[in-house]
Design a protein around this ligand. Structure first.
Ligand SMILES: [Zn+2]
Ligand SMILES: [Zn+2]
Length: 172
C-alpha cells in the first residue's frame, strides 16, 4: 500500500486494513498466519516529515526450535515512526551519530505495507520457543519431553568432552 506523500490530508490519513505477506519476506519462514496481519495507523505529514503511529495485530503459528511443535504466537505491538525525506540522507555524514537511526522515504512515497512488514518482523523472537522451559525432544525415545511424556534418563554429554573421550580412546 503505497501512500503518496502529497496526498496525505491535513488531518492525517487513517488506515485500518489487513496486510498479506509472503513467507519468504518473513524472518521466520516456517510461520503460518492464523489470522492476517492487521494494522490500524494514522499517517501524518508534519513539514517534510512523515509520522506514522499505529498498532499491529496478528495471530501466527511458529515452529518451536527445540521440540519442533507448532505453537501460537500472538502479535500485538504499537509503533511510532518518523520518516524523513531522502534528500536529507545525502547529508547524513554531517549528522550526529545519534541521528543515524533515522529512516527515510523517497520519491515522495511511503510504502505502508513494507513498513508494517518490517514492524511485524521486529516482533519475531530470535529463537522461537513454545515455552521458555521447553525441554525439546528426548534423545533416547524421540518423544517431546513435556508433561512427563517420557521418563528416560538423559545424561547430558558435553560435545567437547565427547571429543576428548574419543581422543583418549584413539591413544590407547
Ligand atoms: Zn518446544
Ligand atoms: Zn524419552
Amino acid at each position: 500500500m503505497v501512500i503518496d506523500v502529497d496526498r496525505i490530508p491535513k488531518d492525517g490519513l487513517s488506515v485500518s486494513r489487513d496486510f498479506e505477506f509472503l513467507n519468504v519476506d518473513l524472518v521466520e519462514e516456517d510461520t503460518v498466519f492464523l489470522s492476517p496481519a492487521h494494522a490500524e495507523a494514522i499517517v501524518r505529514k508534519v513539514g517534510d516529515e512523515i509520522w506514522i503511529k499505529g498498532r499491529l495485530t496478528a495471530r501466527l503459528s511458529f515452529v518451536c526450535s527445540r521440540c519442533l511443535s507448532p505453537y501460537e504466537f500472538p502479535v500485538d505491538s504499537t509503533f511510532d515512526l518518523v520518516y524523513l525525506p531522502e534528500e536529507l540522507d545525502l547529508m547524513k555524514d554531517e549528522l550526529e551519530e545519534d541521528d543515524l537511526g533515522q529512516v527515510f522515504y523517497r520519491d515522495n512515497q511511503v510504502d505502508l505495507g513494507e513498513i508494517i512488514l518490517e514492524q511485524l518482523n521486529l516482533t519475531f523472537p530470535l529463537k522461537p520457543l513454545c515455552a521458555e522451559s521447553c525441554e525439546g525432544i528426548c534423545a533416547v525415545c524421540g518423544k517431546v519431553r513435556r508433561n512427563g511424556d517420557c521418563s528416560c534418563e538423559v545424561k547430558e554429554e558435553d560435545p567437547r568432552l565427547l571429543k576428548l573421550k574419543y581422543f583418549v580412546r584413539d591413544k590407547s
